[in-house]
Design a protein around this ligand. Structure first.
Ligand SMILES: Cc1cc2nc3c(=O)[nH]c(=O)nc-3n(C[C@H](O)[C@H](O)[C@H](O)COP(=O)(O)OP(=O)(O)OC[C@H]3O[C@@H](n4cnc5c(N)ncnc54)[C@H](O)[C@@H]3O)c2cc1C
Length: 387
C-alpha cells in the first residue's frame, strides 16, 4: 500500500467502489486508495448479481440514474477499454390486471417525460409476440424498454478498476478498514489491518457491510443485508436466447436467458434480514411453482439445485440508495443501500460521488433526495418497482 496519505480512501472494491475510483481519477483526482479486505474483487454482492439493467422505474431519481448509467454501459469499452457485456434485450413487465396496467401507464408517462425514448406500452398480443411461451390467460398488457437488458457485473467492476488504476488509483487487497479517525475538522485517517493512512475523505462503499463500516465513524446507517437467491436452469431451448428479462407482476418472478439456459429469480417475501449466505434448496420448489404458473413449458425445464446461489441485497427503509456526505462526520461519504440496483446504477453513483467529493455539487440528480437526512426529515421516497 502507498504509505502515508491519500486524497480519497474508498472502503470496498465492489462495483460501486470501482466506479467511484474510475470517476474520481477520470476527473483528475489521482491519489485514490481502494481498500478491499478480500484477496480479490467480486466476493461481495457484485459477484452474485443477476446483472439486470433497466430504466423502467417509478421514481424520478431512479430513472435519472438509469438515464446516465445505461448509455454508459453502451459506451463502456470506449470509456474503460474493457467490455461490459451489455446486452440490450429489454425488460418486459407483464401486467395481469387493470391495476397493473394503471401502474405501468403512470410509470411510462414519468419515464417519457424525463426523456426515456425506448419504452412502450404493449397490448396483450404484443406481449405474447415477444415471449410466446407465456400463459396467455392472465395477460392484460405490459411495458417494454428495448435499451434495458443485462450486463456482466464482474466485467464492469474489473473494467472500472483496471482503468482507475491506469489513471492513478490503487486497489489494496487483503486490507480491511478497522477504524475511521475523526478530529475537529472531520475525517482524519483510516486504520486498516496494514496500518493507518491519513486522509480527509473516506467513501463507504462496503455493500451489505455498510452499516458496520459506518459504525467505525459512530454513524448509525439504516442499511440491512437481505438474502436473495438465483436459480440457473440446465440448457433449455424452448425460449429464445434473445428473450428480454421477463417479469410476472403478479408474483415478482422474473427470468432472463443465461448461457444455454435461463436464470430464474424471485423475491421470497418470507426472507428476513441478516448475513445469510447459504443457498436453501427448499427455494427451488418455491420458485419453480411461480415459474410454471407464468410459463407452462418451464415444467419441462431441468434444474440442478446445487447450481443455485445466494447473495445479499443491501436494503434501506425506502429502497433507495443513500448517497453523499454523512451528517456530523465531514469528509465521510456514503454510497450505500442500493436495494437491488447497485449494478445498474454503478455508473451514475460513481459520477455523483466524484462530483460531490470534488466540487460539492452534482447536476446528475437532485442529491438532497438521496441524502442520509431524508430519514430524519420525513423525506423518504418509496420505489415500488423493486424486484
Ligand atoms: C442475487 C442478487 C441479484 C442481484 N441482481 C441485481 C440486478 O439484476 N441488477 C442490479 O443492478 N443489482 C442487482 N443486485 C444488487 C447488486 O449486486 C448490488 O447492489 C451491488 O453489487 C452492490 O455493489 P457494492 O460494490 O456496493 O457491494 P459489494 O459488491 O458487496 O462490494 C463491497 C465490498 O466491500 C468489501 N468490504 C466490506 N467491508 C470492508 C472493510 N471493512 N474493509 C475493506 N473492504 C470491505 C467487501 O469485501 C466487498 O468486496 C443483485 C444482488 C444479488 C445478491
Amino acid at each position: 500500500m502507498r504509505a502515508g496519505s491519500a486524497d480519497v480512501i474508498i472502503i470496498g472494491g465492489g462495483i460501486v467502489g470501482s466506479s467511484i475510483a474510475y470517476h474520481l481519477t477520470a476527473a483528475g483526482c489521482r491519489n485514490v486508495l481502494v481498500l478491499e479486505r478480500e484477496s480479490h474483487q467480486g466476493k461481495g454482492s457484485t459477484g452474485k448479481s443477476m446483472g439486470g439493467v433497466r430504466a423502467q422505474f417509478s421514481t424520478a431519481v431512479n430513472i435519472q440514474m438509469s438515464l446516465y448509467s445505461i448509455p454508459f454501459f453502451g459506451r463502456f469499452e470506449e470509456m474503460t477499454g474493457r467490455p461490459s457485456g451489455y446486452r440490450p434485450q429489454g425488460y418486459l413487465f407483464v401486467a395481469a390486471n387493470e391495476r397493473h396496467l394503471e401502474y405501468l401507464r403512470a410509470n411510462y408517462q414519468r419515464q417519457i417525460a424525463m426523456g426515456l425514448k425506448t419504452v412502450e406500452l404493449l397490448k396483450a398480443e404484443d406481449v405474447m409476440r415477444l415471449v410466446p411461451q407465456l400463459r396467455p390467460d392472465d395477460i392484460a398488457g405490459g411495458s417494454f424498454c428495448s435499451t434495458d437488458g443485462f450486463v456482466d457485473p464482474y466485467s464492469v467492476m474489473t473494467g472500472f478498476m483496471l482503468r482507475a488504476a491506469e489513471q492513478g488509483a490503487q486497489l489494496v487487497p487483503n486490507t480491511e478498514a478497522t477504524g475511521i479517525e475523526l478530529d475537529a475538522s472531520g475525517v482524519a485517517a483510516v486504520r486498516t489491518t496494514q496500518g493507518t493512512v491519513a486522509t480527509r475523505v473516506v467513501v463507504n462503499a462496503a455493500g451489505p457491510w455498510a452499516a458496520r463500516v459506518a459504525r467505525l465513524a459512530r454513524l448509525d446507517l439504516p442499511v440491512e443485508p437481505l438474502r436473495r437467491m438465483l436459480v440457473p436452469s440446465e440448457p433449455f431451448d424452448k425460449i429464445a436466447h434473445t428473450a428480454p428479462m421477463t417479469v410476472d407482476m403478479r408474483t415478482g418472478f422474473h427470468f432472463r436467458p443465461e448461457g444455454l439456459g435461463l436464470l430464474l429469480a424471485w423475491n421470497d417475501p418470507e426472507e428476513t434480514p441478516g448475513f445469510k449466505s447459504s443457498f436453501d434448496r427448499v427455494f427451488v420448489e418455491k420458485i419453480l411453482t411461480r415459474a410454471v404458473g407464468f410459463v407452462p413449458c418451464m415444467a419441462e425445464m431441468e434444474v440442478n439445485p446445487s447450481r443455485g446461489w445466494a447473495g445479499l441485497y443491501e436494503m434501506t427503509p425506502d429502497h433507495h440508495p443513500i448517497l453523499g456526505e454523512a451528517p456530523g462526520a465531514k469528509g465521510l461519504y456514503l454510497a450505500n443501500g442500493f436495494s437491488g440496483h447497485g449494478v445498474m446504477h454503478s455508473p451514475a453513483t460513481g459520477k455523483i460521488l466524484s462530483d460531490l467529493i470534488l466540487t460539492g455539487h452534482s447536476d446528475l440528480i437532485e442529491t438532497e433526495a438521496l441524502g442520509f437526512d431524508r430519514f430524519n426529515d420525513g423525506r423518504a421516497i418509496e420505489e415500488t418497482a423493486v424486484l
